[in-house]
Write a new protein. Structure first.
Length: 404
């Protein structure tokens, strides 16, 4: 197994001569939220593949999330999906999270699986269906109040399958009208994150297809509405770091759903396909942080692991995000600015590449250790016996999976 812990921190400081103490402080403050649904079984449109030891209820999902937090030290919150994580008593769920050293994070409504949503939810032509979808959003806001969650994270599978099926403009107005009702119901300390995605298989058009539509909608709603960038939701070749920079500059970047894609919305481990893109995205975020901004951007994983073991996949995802952030923190911003001002294209790119090529594994292992995590979370997990224990404990019962 590749170990993340064999190097100490000399190489970053030697290479960059930057403020390594500041880099460490930023890494110590980094937090990444895990998705409850990523601990359940998942699959493709064709099958859901079970794994031993998968949680049977939201409480067991929290146990797995706590394991990720124990080993990384930077994942103290868990996003919930309603109704997948519906419980009778959210106070009890919140208490269970706290007992495990966690808190409950973004609340994700689900307006895409009920048969009523066949032709859409908040964009449906039938006011009764729109009412049902908005009522669900209002219920989720009420849940968020009970769980002390400050984010309402919205993704809709609204779209049409054929030309002529729907009226684009009416659907847009219905969407804004529906979201405005939810927006008005949010307390002042809650933000609405609006996620876009350019297609679903079989779609002719998607109502919230890209960051432009999401930004327009957020602008209509107000300052508590911001765009959520899911890395898997773009067409091939789209420059995601540019989108991130624009949204940051407009004060509209609410958060991320980290994952990686090769073809479509694949939910692959973040950084597994295009780690350089991930670094370039963090480069924009760090540039904003250097200007004193970007502090309330929510960093969340959105991955449903299909064939890979779930907790190791989550651990590797967190490491990849941590490494990308560390490398971005090491970018020599003064040298980059100087190269840009001189019009020296190669020098500018070299500044980025030098940071990207720095080995940050030791630095990040130090940071995790300082936070009480493991220098090598994957090895520690493999040696902990947790997977075997849970497989034995959780035998029987109905495992959770997406859609249940
Ligand atoms: C579907 O594409 C999706 O992955 C969206 O990104 C949501 O955020 C997530 O599912 C959970 O609903
Ligand atoms: Mn997502």
């Amino acid at each position: 197994m590749v170990t993340t812990s064999d190097r100490r921190t000399e190489s970053p400081s030697a290479t960059h001569g930057g403020d390594l103490a500041a880099v460490r402080r930023s890494l110590l403050a980094q937090r990444v939220e895990t998705p409850s649904w990523g601990f359940g079984n998942s699959g493709t449109r064709f099958a859901v593949f079970g794994q031993p030891g998968v949680p049977r209820d939201p409480f067991e999902k929290l146990e797995d999330a706590a394991e990720v937090n124990r080993l990384t030290g930077i994942c103290p919150s868990v996003a919930l999906h309603i109704p997948w994580d519906k419980v009778d008593d959210y106070g009890k769920l919140k208490k269970a999270a706290a007992d495990l050293g966690l808190r409950l994070g973004a609340i994700n409504p689900n307006a895409f699986q009920d048969a009523d949503y066949k032709l859409g939810s908040i964009c449906h032509h039938d006011p009764a269906i729109r009412r049902k979808a908005v009522d669900h959003l209002l219920d989720c806001i009420a849940i968020a109040r009970q769980t002390d969650s400050h984010l309402l994270s919205l993704w809709f599978a609204d779209g049409t399958n054929y030309p002529g099926q729907g009226d684009f403009r009416r659907r847009k107005r219905w969407m804004v009208e529906s979201l405005a009702e939810a927006y008005r119901a949010m307390p002042a300390d809650m933000r609405m994150l609006v996620e876009y995605k350019f297609y679903e298989p079989g779609f002719y058009h998607t109502d919230l297809s890209d960051w432009g539509v999401a930004s327009l909608v957020c602008r209509e709603l107000g300052p508590q509405a911001q765009v959520l960038v899911d890395l898997g939701h773009h067409a091939q070749g789209v420059n995601v770091e540019h989108i991130v920079a624009l949204l940051l500059d407009e004060g509209r970047l609410g958060g991320f759903h980290f994952n990686n894609r090769k073809y479509g919305d694949d939910d692959l481990i973040v950084g597994s396909i295009n780690p350089y893109e991930l670094f370039l995205i963090f480069n924009e975020l760090v540039a904003e942080e250097a200007n004193g901004g970007g502090r309330d951007v929510a960093y969340m994983l959105d991955q449903s692991h299909n064939v890979e073991a779930k907790i190791p996949a989550m651990l590797l995802s967190v490491l990849n995000v941590q490494h990308a952030y560390a490398k971005a923190l090491l970018v020599d911003r003064a040298a980059l600015r100087a190269a840009q001002e001189e019009g020296d294209v190669v020098a500018a790119m070299q500044v980025l590449q030098q940071a990207y090529e720095t080995d940050v594994r030791g630095l990040c292992a130090d940071v995790r250790e300082e936070l009480g995590g493991a220098r090598d979370p994957l090895a520690a997990f493999a040696g902990s016996g947790y997977a075997q224990r849970k497989a034995a404990e959780r035998a029987g019962g109905r495992q959770m999976s997406w859609g249940a």
